[in-house]
Design a protein around this ligand. Structure first.
Ligand code: NAP
Length: 278
């Protein structure tokens, strides 16, 4: 029987743990999201983050700026947040307007408040296998596998995609966890030959339902990171349902990786709060 990796259930369990841990604290973690401009998708993501914070009892604030803000002004605003003792986690919602260098902005967030795990220091710590913030989607995927007791040690994990926010960090995280990892991308020759070897297949290519049954072996565990909106308004992922039938377990879209990303962000914010002033 195929197991469905239910991200809603797993994220709920994490939220309950966080509520429990928070009940032992006198102060509350405070996450600040910086939003520049009025991209509708970004506004939805930001609302979801706020909602999740409130659900577990964290404080959350959204600091909004007009899309005409300059990079220099944004640096100054980040300086204020970096030095504010009452702010524990900072996220700059991407994408930023074209006249702002996103990397320069990310580099300006204090690493100990960088709960998205995008700052080079946190990226470096991940690659050295040291403590730091791991970006939310990869951390959420690891927690989802853990929740369903799916071990990764000595497993062959194939990752489709090498973005800085999903593919590369999930590969590093799983390598640190003693999996054998293959990373593939758009220039990979004969992708299918690689994906068919996977004990665990993580797909973050951003191409609607590209992984069909012939890409996978029987018994594979599939983690689908992709999110796409169908014409009828429903959502689907990078994996075609035909591949689910050959799998021993798969994460659905929606209610798979998405809720785990938010839960992992809460975990990172709690970590930033606990490590404040350390
Ligand atoms: P991205 O930055 O566009 O990266 C896509 C990666 O896939 C690239 O490395 C690209 O290779 C590779 N790729 C593209 N076509 C390919 C192909 N035919 N074969 C093999 N590899 C291919 O995307 P992303 O930010 O990582 O996101 C990926 C998907 O996950 C998107 O659908 C996004 O919406 C979704 N997502 C979901 C969550 C969540 O919380 N559930 C979070 C983040 C992202 P190259 O490097 O060679 O171009």
């Amino acid at each position: 029987m195929t197991l469905i990796l239910n991200g809603t259930a797993a994220s709920q369990a994490i939220k309950e743990q966080l509520k429990q841990a928070l009940s032992q604290e006198r102060e509350k973690p405070h996450l600040v999201v910086v939003l520049v401009g009025s991209d509708p998708a970004s506004e939805v993501y930001v609302r979801n983050k706020e909602k999740a914070c409130h659900e577990v009892g964290f404080m959350s604030s959204v600091v909004k700026f007009d899309s005409t803000i300059t990079q220099k002004q944004l640096f100054k605003e980040l300086d204020k947040l970096n030095h504010d003792q009452d702010v524990h986690g900072i996220i700059v919602q991407l994408p930023l307007p074209k006249h702002i260098d996103s990397n320069a902005i990310i580099d300006h967030i204090a690493p100990h408040k960088d709960v998205d795990g995008f700052h080079p220091l946190n990226v470096g710590n991940l690659h050295r296998g040291q403590n730091g913030f791991v970006s939310a989607t990869p951390l959420g995927i690891l927690r989802l596998l853990e929740f369903y007791s799916i071990g990764v040690v000595s497993k062959h994990v194939v990752v489709v995609g090498r973005s800085n926010i999903v593919g590369k960090p999930i590969a590093a995280l799983l390598l640190n966890a003693n999996a054998t990892v293959t990373i593939t991308h758009s220039k990979t020759k004969d992708l299918m030959q690689h994906t068919q070897q996977a004990d665990i297949l993580i797909v973050a290519a951003g191409i609607k339902q590209m992984i069909t049954a012939d890409y996978v072996k029987e018994g594979v565990v599939i983690v689908d990171v992709g999110i796409h909106r169908n014409d009828d308004g429903t959502l689907c992922g990078d994996v075609h349902p035909s591949a689910y039938e050959k799998s021993s377990a798969y994460s659905p879209v929606p209610k798979g990786v998405g809720p785990m990303t938010i839960a992992a962000l809460l975990l990172n914010t709690f970590q930033a709060f606990k490590e404040r002033g350390v």
